[in-house]
Design a protein around this ligand. Structure first.
Ligand code: MLT
Length: 271
């Protein structure tokens, strides 16, 4: 297991794990919602043999501090850029899953020079629809009243492909625990941030670094059609559809996922 490190970023302490070759180019992993850096353990193992790999906790999640500042994807993107500065990383490959992808797409628009390449995993460029926003507000009210148990159970059904409940029991259990261990108030504040986010689709055609779009064939939250559309808009992009996986491709099909990511990153000039 990699030891946890902490660094001050934007008024909070950010917790991260680092693996691999210190002076190699960096690959930064951003987790989805409501998870934390530990969802990337298998990627740190596999990619850490060749690259410098860093997985961090978005503020409020895992072991990173929250502060009272209102959460937004914009703030999380500022945190990512400040995190790179704090670690003196000039350029990185950034891999974001779902909410991590929203953060990466926001950050690359602010400071494209910091990105050598992007991996957009089980994510989308659009904002919430009015119905989607309404649903998030109802979820916030539900969690404040009832706590996290039912919310966690319901979330699992959408996150994993049906077969994963048999074949990837450990991953399902890990994500279940991760949701239950995240403070309810952090989940509510992040749901609000997700509901308030703005769309990034108009920006996709201007991205001028290599992009790998990855999606699970059974992703219900950000389905393959959404990934296909994003990849079609991005000039230098590759689309990888991972069979038998739902929304958490890196946990449901880790071997296939790692192979795809290594294949993509090894062709990127990282320094
Ligand atoms: C995630 O996995 O980060 C979430 O599904 C994102 C979202 O709810 O929009």
């Amino acid at each position: 297991m990699h030891s946890e490190k902490r660094i001050p970023v934007n008024g909070v302490e950010i917790s991260y794990l680092e693996a691999g070759v210190a002076d190699a180019g960096a690959v930064i992993f951003i987790h989805g919602f409501p998870f934390n850096k530990l969802m990337w353990t298998s990627q740190l193992e596999a990619l850490g043999k060749t690259f410098r790999c860093i997985a961090y906790d978005v503020r409020g999640h895992g072991q990173s501090q929250a502060s009272d500042v209102e959460f937004s994807i914009d703030l999380f993107a500022d945190d990512l850029l400040a995190f790179l500065d704090a670690l003196k990383i000039k350029k990185a490959v950034v891999c974001g899953l779902s909410m991590g992808g929203y953060i990466a797409l926001n950050a690359i628009q602010k400071q494209p020079e910091k990105f050598a390449a992007l991996l957009l995993v089980d994510t989308q460029c659009g904002a919430d629809t009015p119905e989607g926003r309404e649903k998030r507000m109802k979820t916030i009210a539900f969690i404040r009243k009832n706590g996290l148990e039912v919310y966690a159970e319901e979330s699992l059904k959408n996150l994993f492909a049906p077969a994963s409940f048999q074949t990837r029991r450990q991953a399902v259990q890990f994500i279940h625990q991760t949701i239950l261990q995240t403070p309810a108030e952090i989940i509510c504040r992040t749901l609000q941030a997700l509901a308030n986010r703005t769309e990034r689709c108009a920006y996709l055609s201007t991205i001028n670094v290599p992009v790998c779009v990855v999606v699970g064939s059974e992703d219900k939250i950000t389905p393959p059609a959404v990934a296909q559309k994003m990849a079609a808009e991005i000039p230098n992009s590759t689309l990888i559809v991972i069979d038998k996986a739902g929304h958490l491709t890196n946990l449901e099909e880790p071997e296939v996922f790692n192979k795809a990511v290594i294949g993509f990153v090894k062709n990127i000039k990282l320094q």
